[in-house]
Write a protein that binds this ligand. Structure first.
Ligand code: XMP
Length: 503
């Protein structure tokens, strides 16, 4: 099976590159610069972006073997700058940075064939290429005149200053496709069914006859991880659903849906314990850590009762990357509870079969392992649940209010058919009260924010352009059915600069 090797210099988007390559039917393997090596199946190499400057003292370098190799290479952002510097060009700090959507002008290179001469691409750099090495041509420049792409036909090297893997880059997939099929001559040979088989085989080998406890959180990820693990080890997987009291109505139904397809789940109600530990806690990172730690404690107890050695978790790649556990070179954004919140010493070994996958790949895998659409088509839901959607302190009253609001919001979206046009929709309870009028009385109610975003993998997102009439209906139904709420607002922030969740 042909493969593309992706060398990870710590970019937020490294796995997205890997996934884009898999999307076009080629297996991709991600390795650190220190461990990167070719096999007889390697048809090309992509160097990722990264947070460092290539000229800084401890900058990560190209693997030595790669410098003299004749294999096709595509360098993205830091990857391009590294190629330029290694082959004799100059990289320096720019006077103006280019971040976000940027206009570029393409030259007539086959890698841009069929693309408009002027296109929008996604940039994220402070350093720039000042001088190209000999034999390298400039094949794109930005409106500011910055070298946006280069190529050396002799060495079969391409470099992009922008990120072709990000959906905001127009024609990014065409560029990757051209590199993989026409420059590397790779042959399409990869599909998600192969990945499912590979994971089942790997889990069987790793787990042998050991007992594993499966953490069902209510979300898509843990359900898919469970369905894959059931295929691998059958009855040796014991599934537990911990109700931490911070779930939405729809999450509480997940154990029933799973039991209908033959996956037995034990429900443990630990809501009092979680709410007690979260009392007076306001800091979101603290909330995540407490929830992560308490989860593990409850699981360890359950695990003991079945003699489990392993804990199965539905951690996916965006959880890993944003907690900076993806590679030693990446930078921490927030600690998702499955990852950053784990206690230092755990009595269970972790199994995370979805660690390399993005949300939509997880859904695709879920279909292959026969999960029903009620589970697969649900919007993502964070492990810490409503705890990070109640800004500030959490108590039972606030949980009840937010649960009711969320139920109204999602029910209307589903009735209206809008739910499936949205990547993730939820409501947030704000720590402020606002004056209103009810009947002829002054009222002083909660403020809730509605959020809905369009995204394909959660790494970037745009606010969803919700029809006004629908917003009006949602707002008035919330204030009718949840009298504690006096004001409803709609969040119109993109990611970046905001994140999807508010905490
Ligand atoms: P952000 O807020 O980081 O969200 O833009 C990206 C995706 O991750 C989810 N998310 C979490 N998932 N534990 C999780 O399991 C967490 O602590 C957490 N924080 C955010 C979020 O809902 C979105 O889908």
């Amino acid at each position: 099976m042909d493969e593309i090797l992706i060398v990870d210099y710590g970019s937020q988007y490294t796995r997205l590159l890997a996934r884009r390559v898999r999307e076009i039917g080629i297996y991709s393997r991600v390795e650190s610069p220190q461990k990167a090596h070719m096999t007889s199946d390697t048809k090309g190499i992509i160097l990722s972006g990264g947070p460092q400057s290539v000229y800084s003292e401890n900058a990560l370098k190209l693997p030595n073997w790669l410098v003299s190799s004749e294999i096709p290479v595509l360098g993205v952002c830091y990857g391009m700058q590294l190629l330029v510097q290694t082959f004799g060009g100059v990289v320096k700090r720019g006077e103006t940075f280019e971040y976000g959507s940027t206009k570029v002008i393409f030259s007539e290179d086959p890698i841009f064939s069929n693309l408009p001469k002027f296109s929008d691409v996604w940039m994220s750099h402070g350093d720039l290429v000042e001088k190209l090495p000999s034999g390298f041509l400039r094949i794109a420049k930005s409106e500011l005149g910055v070298i946006a792409a280069t190529c050396s036909k002799d060495k079969k090297i391409y470099g992009f200053q922008f990120h072709p893997e990000v959906s905001q880059t127009e024609g990014g997939m065409e560029m990757i496709r051209h590199f993989v099929f026409n420059v590397c001559n790779a042959k399409e040979s990869w599909k998600m069914e192969d990945y499912a088989e590979l994971k089942v085989k790997e889990l069987r080998e790793e787990l042998g006859n050991s007992k594993v406890i499966g953490a069902i959180s209510g979300g898509v990820d843990s359900a898919v991880a469970t369905a894959v693990a059931v295929r691998a080890i059958g009855e040796n997987l014991k599934c537990v659903f911990v109700n931490h009291g911070l779930l939405r109505k729809e999450d509480e139904l997940v154990p029933q849906i799973l039991s209908q397809i033959g996956i037995d789940v034990k429900v443990v109600d630990a809501s009092e314990l979680f709410l007690e530990r979260l009392k007076s806690v306001r800091d979101p990172e603290q909330k995540r850590k407490i929830i992560g730690k308490t989860f593990i404690e409850v699981f360890e107890r359950e695990a003991k009762s079945v003699n489990a050695e392993y804990l199965l978790q539905g951690t996916i790649y965006s959880d890993v990357i944003e907690s900076a556990a993806a590679s030693s070179a990446s930078v921490k954004i927030k600690s998702h509870h499955n990852v950053g919140g784990l206690p230092e010493r755990m009595n269970l070994k972790l199994v995370e079969p979805l660690r390399e996958l993005f949300k939509d790949e997880v859904r695709e895998l879920g279909e292959i392992v026969d999960l029903p659409p009620e589970i697969l088509n649900r919007h993502p839901f964070p492990g810490p649940g409503l705890a990070i959607r109640i800004i500030g302190e959490i108590d039972q009253e606030r949980v009840n209010v937010l649960k009711k609001v969320d139920d109204v919001y999602t029910t209307i979206l589903k009735e209206n058919g809008e739910y499936h046009n949205i990547w993730q929709a939820f409501s947030v309870l704000l720590p402020v009260r606002s004056v209103g009028v009810k009947g002829d009385e002054r009222a002083y109610g909660y403020v809730v924010a509605l959020r809905a975003v369009d995204s394909s993998e959660g790494m970037t997102a745009s606010w969803h352009k919700m029809p006004f009439d629908l917003l009006r209906r949602i707002s008035s139904t919330i204030t009718d059915k949840v009298p504690e709420v006096g004001r409803v607002v709609y969040d119109i922030s993109d990611k970046p600069p905001a994140t999807i969740e508010w905490e």
